[in-house]
Design a protein around this ligand. Structure first.
Ligand code: C5P
Length: 399
């Protein structure tokens, strides 16, 4: 579903201080051409008055399931049918828990069960609450059911803490709702993603590796899954859980990654090479731990196969997206790499200024033969969603 113009959007507001930002979201949605109706939970009305939303949207705001006057005008089942899309912003920890349980103990939870429309939630809560296993478990349940999760962002919070749990800014939320990466965009597509580092054994206890955390590849896997794709993640050693609904194959070395990719590549529509594959591996890994007997030691290295380049040059191969981490001359090096590897699209980032490998945020220059787009600094999950929007446009053109 692309774009919010002409859509009926049911904006659900739950009890959190970020509710004040949802007034601006309602205004932006209307400005973008959507029709907006607001439903508030009892707790939400403690933070913002229903009258505020009514004044902004020009429509009555509903807060209760048992409101005879409103039910007579547009009953809750009618309201559920009216919505093309539901957006719950902010979504509190309590609301996510009730939704995950399938409760229908107020109007908004009832609408979530009664509506066949897609549902997006924008969680907002204290960073400790957000990281609590109960909240994360509910989040996984909701994602498995196809609920789209927007944010949250990391940063300063109303309670004085700093960390993840800030609701996305209304403009970013609108961009996400409006973007081509909406639900179903990659439905029926098979996507293979490599992620994380590879570890190349020197001996049974030592290896050559790199500082890739796998965060970007995992964020892409999550984003493609949200877009309806069937996702296989071939992952090097990282400490991240597999995103809900994503199949994962774990590998250690470049050769194992190469094998896992080529065992699965033939039915794949889109290949994303996000792994930081070691270019070289020790020629003769030792079977026993190497003892420190001399002052010097040399390890002879041999080249690993270039997985991305091999996939990109397959006859009838998938659409390919590669990554390039550069420390200098980003644009020139990225263009050269696009040609050298014959990939369809390349996402390049500078790792010279502390951004990239281990950080939660990143920026990307996305290039393809006929164009380029700069994606500004943002959280890696948001960045993955933005990158998918760019990829979807080009992929559609190539298809
Ligand atoms: O050549 P360079 O390592 O900079 O290229 C990076 C891109 O190539 C990434 O997309 C990475 O996943 C992929 N790559 C690969 N196999 C290699 C080396 C890099 O798939 N052996």
């Amino acid at each position: 579903m692309a774009g919010v113009a002409n859509q009926n959007i049911l904006l659900g507001v739950t009890g959190g201080i970020a509710a004040y930002k949802s007034v601006e979201l309602a205004r932006l949605l209307l400005k973008a051409g959507a029709r907006v109706r607001v439903v508030m939970t009892e707790a939400a009305t403690r933070f913002v008055s229903p009258l505020t939303f009514q004044a902004v949207t020009g429509s009555p705001v509903r807060c209760s399931l048992f409101d005879e006057e409103h039910e007579a005008a547009m009953g809750h089942i009618e309201l559920a049918r009216w919505a093309d899309q539901m957006v719950i912003a902010p979504a509190s920890a309590d609301f996510m828990a009730r939704m995950a349980l399938g409760l229908a103990n107020d109007l908004l939870t009832t609408l979530c069960l009664a509506s066949a429309s897609s549902i997006a939630i924008a969680p907002a809560m204290n960073q400790r609450m957000w990281q609590h296993p109960a909240v994360q478990h509910n989040l996984s349940l909701l994602e498995e059911r196809g609920v789209r999760v927007l944010g949250p962002e990391s940063g300063e919070q109303a309670c004085g803490d700093t960390g993840p749990g800030r609701m996305l800014e209304p403009a970013d939320m609108l961009a996400a709702l409006d973007s081509a990466s909406g639900a179903g965009l990659f439905a029926g597509k098979k996507v293979l993603i490599t992620a994380g580092p590879t570890h190349e054994a020197i001996d049974p206890v030592r290896f050559i590796g790199n500082r890739s955390s796998g965060k970007m590849g995992y964020a892409l896997a999550r984003a493609f899954r949200r877009g309806g794709a069937d996702v296989l993640l071939v992952s090097g050693p990282v400490s991240l859980p597999a995103p809900p609904g994503v199949n994962r194959v774990n590998v250690q070395t470049a050769l194992q990654m190469h094998k896992a990719v080529f065992e699965n590549i033939h039915s794949v529509d889109i290949f994303v090479g996000c792994a930081a594959v070691a270019d070289y591996r020790p020629e003769n890994p030792q079977q026993q731990k190497i003892k420190k007997l001399s002052d010097r030691m040399d390890i002879s290295l041999v080249r690993n196969p270039d997985i991305l380049a091999e996939v990109a040059t397959l006859e009838e191969g998938p659409y390919t997206l590669g990554f390039a981490a550069e420390t200098q001359n980003l644009v020139e090096n990225a263009r050269a790499k696009l040609l050298a590897k014959q990939v369809d699209m390349l996402a390049a980032n500078s790792v010279a200024d502390g951004m990239g490998f281990e950080s939660d945020e990143n920026t990307l220059l996305v290039i393809w033969p006929e164009g380029e787009k700069h994606l500004p600094v943002q959280d890696k999950q948001q960045l993955a969603e933005s990158l998918l929007g760019v990829l979807a446009d080009q992929y559609r053109r190539d298809e």
